[in-house]
Design a binder for this molecule. Structure first.
Ligand SMILES: Cc1cc2nc3c(=O)[nH]c(=O)nc-3n(C[C@H](O)[C@H](O)[C@H](O)COP(=O)(O)OP(=O)(O)OC[C@H]3O[C@@H](n4cnc5c(N)ncnc54)[C@H](O)[C@@H]3O)c2cc1C
Ligand code: SF4
Length: 508
């Protein structure tokens, strides 16, 4: 006899999830399904699939060991239909539950599937708030309504106060909200970057690697070696290694990019937080404790906490506030198709090549690679938001639409017309040269502004600003840049336009 069927999705791998809060261990069944359609609706990176499927298998096993009743549909099961709605329908037939409970899914697409399911079955489906986020959707919407300009910095301050994080009374610790002035440097000397967390592969992960090799061999990305944590215990080890070994330099070198150093001082924890193996608050608290215990400087700790308490919650709020319209937005009318080198990494632009190869091998690139190299190129080249969003959703192990879409459409492409970011993150080669050593190994010259050897970012940057003058010139943060453009000679403008045109011709 089953009272309640409790459905867990592959990014809901925690016993703290709201759908399990009042579970009756004897009578309720927890339902997991490995769904072919979820693996292929976009062709996720092979490593991402191993991560998600192996983590789900490990979590279900732990639940069985703890005495829960678990129903688990494997990808290879003969009767597995591969679709969410039909798999839940089969489970309903098997267990005849009186009710179904699910925690609010992380993306709109799955929400629609749950609504479809509800229309098709007689049993009530209770959808519960996902309280793993630190601000509920309704509260975010109220905050957004109260503020004319919904900027991340003000949201972040509100969250610091709400959770009393890095606060001394009602004042920010150290007297400032933000220590970015001390951050974002390029190292002067060679760095001794600590090794990253490497999980030991067990037979469950090995089985999943074999399945992915067999069923998803045509997906993007390198399958092995596989090194991500797949259990909460392993993810906690990764967190503690980050706090001990990397956090101290997180802020200082947050934006730095060094050839053949894909991991830098970043945490590599986002993929675990996103599926429930770690909670955002425990990461924030571990970082704050490290500062309070005098192990880590404030600029590093504040910088890290801002990413999780600020940016992560902010983009989640915007996603649910603005979906489904957000996904269709294309305010700059960008229509160019994604170049093939996004998949095969064959480009002579060294910065792009490095970031793309690391993405292929690791299902990871750090924030500044995603934003200022790959994202900046996508913006300047006018790549179509639909294709860019799909690419980003496929290639990163931490990619789920709620966090990928606002970062891509809002942060990099300005497709939302400036709702999320106050100005486009557009930059010429000078920024990449300042924050990386990629230009040293590039066939283009970052010093040259136009001509066959010139860094394409240099002329594409100005070409972008010229092309989008009608939409952007009123933006007060771009006033100085447009004033510089207005001082340019006609000849220079012509050269920029000609170089851009020939670059785009080659691209297509
Ligand atoms: C174009 C683009 C696409 C992105 N797509 C994703 C995505 O699909 N999934 C994803 O989790 N993050 C995404 N990000 C945000 C960020 O780049 C990643 O969270 C980060 O690189 C993950 O690596 P990390 O865990 O080492 O993060 P760290 O650099 O160590 O940062 C710590 C944590 O802060 C949070 N964080 C930092 N920046 C952001 C941000 N802009 N939005 C939301 N959370 C943030 C993450 O939880 C991250 O783990 C994207 C950023 C850009 C510019
Ligand atoms: S010169 Fe331009 S294309 Fe080459 S690595 Fe530097 S920024 Fe990238």
């Amino acid at each position: 006899m089953t009272s309640v069927l409790r459905i867990l999705l592959w990014d809901q791998l925690t016993t703290e999830i709201s759908s399990l809060k009042d579970i009756d261990m004897k009578n309720d069944v927890i339902f997991f399904a490995e769904l072919k359609n979820e693996c292929t609706y976009v062709k996720h990176h092979k490593k991402k699939l191993v991560f998600l499927l192996s983590a789900m298998r490990h979590f279900a096993k732990e639940m069985v060991e703890q005495g829960y009743r678990v129903s688990y549909v494997h990808l290879n099961d003969a009767d597995n239909t591969g679709f969410f709605v039909s798999e839940v329908q089969r489970a309903i037939k098997r267990y005849q539950p009186k009710a179904i409970v699910i925690t609010w899914p992380s993306d709109y697409r799955t929400l629609k599937m749950i609504q479809l399911l509800q229309a098709d079955v007689d049993i009530d489906i209770e959808l519960r708030e996902d309280d793993r986020f630190l601000i509920h959707q309704k509260e975010f919407a109220q905050w957004a309504q109260k503020n004319k300009e919904i900027r991340m910095e003000f949201f972040y301050r509100m969250m610091r106060k709400k959770y009393s994080i890095l606060m001394d009374g009602d004042q920010p610790t150290g007297g400032q909200w933000n220590y970015d002035a001390e951050n974002r440097k390029f190292p002067k000397n060679k760095l001794d970057i600590p090794p990253t967390y490497q999980a030991v592969e067990d037979h469950i992960t090995q089985d999943v690697i074999n399945i992915v090799a067999e069923h998803f061999h045509d997906h993007f990305g390198t399958l092995t070696p596989f090194f991500f944590a797949v259990t909460r215990q392993q993810a906690k080890q990764a967190l503690s290694l980050f706090i001990q070994n990397r956090l101290a330099f997180f802020g200082e070198y947050q934006d730095a990019m060094i050839q053949h150093e894909p991991w830098m001082y970043h945490s590599h924890l986002g993929l675990y937080i996103n599926i429930g193996l770690l909670t955002p608050l425990e990461c924030i608290e571990a970082a704050e404790a490290s500062y309070r215990n005098h192990q880590t400087p404030l600029n590093a700790v504040e910088g890290f906490i801002r990413q999780i308490l600020g940016w992560r919650e902010y983009v989640h709020g915007i996603y649910w506030l603005k979906m489904p319209e957000y996904k269709a937005m294309n305010s700059l009318n960008a229509q160019r198709s994604l170049p093939s080198f996004f998949w095969n990494t064959e480009t002579s632009m060294n910065c792009l090549k490095q970031c793309l190869s690391e993405t292929r091998d690791n299902a990871y690139a750090h924030h500044i690679q995603r934003l200022m190299v790959l994202g900046n190129f996508s913006l300047l080249a006018g790549l179509n938001p639909v294709e860019v969003n799909e690419w980003y959703l496929i290639v990163y192990a931490d990619a789920h639409e709620w966090v990928e879409l606002p970062n891509v459409s809002g942060m990099i492409l300005f497709a939302d017309g400036g709702y999320l970011a106050s100005k486009p993150y557009a930059a010429s080669g000078a920024y990449i040269n300042k924050m990386s050593n990629y230009c040293k190994g590039c066939q283009y010259s970052v010093e040259d502004k136009t001509g066959p050897n010139a860094c394409p970012f240099n002329y594409l940057y100005w070409n972008f600003l010229m092309q989008h003058r009608p939409e952007l010139q009123k933006n007060h943060r771009l006033k100085m840049i447009y004033a510089t453009l207005d001082r340019m000679s006609e000849e220079k403008i012509k050269n920029i336009q000609m170089d851009s045109e020939s670059f785009f011709n080659q691209l297509s």
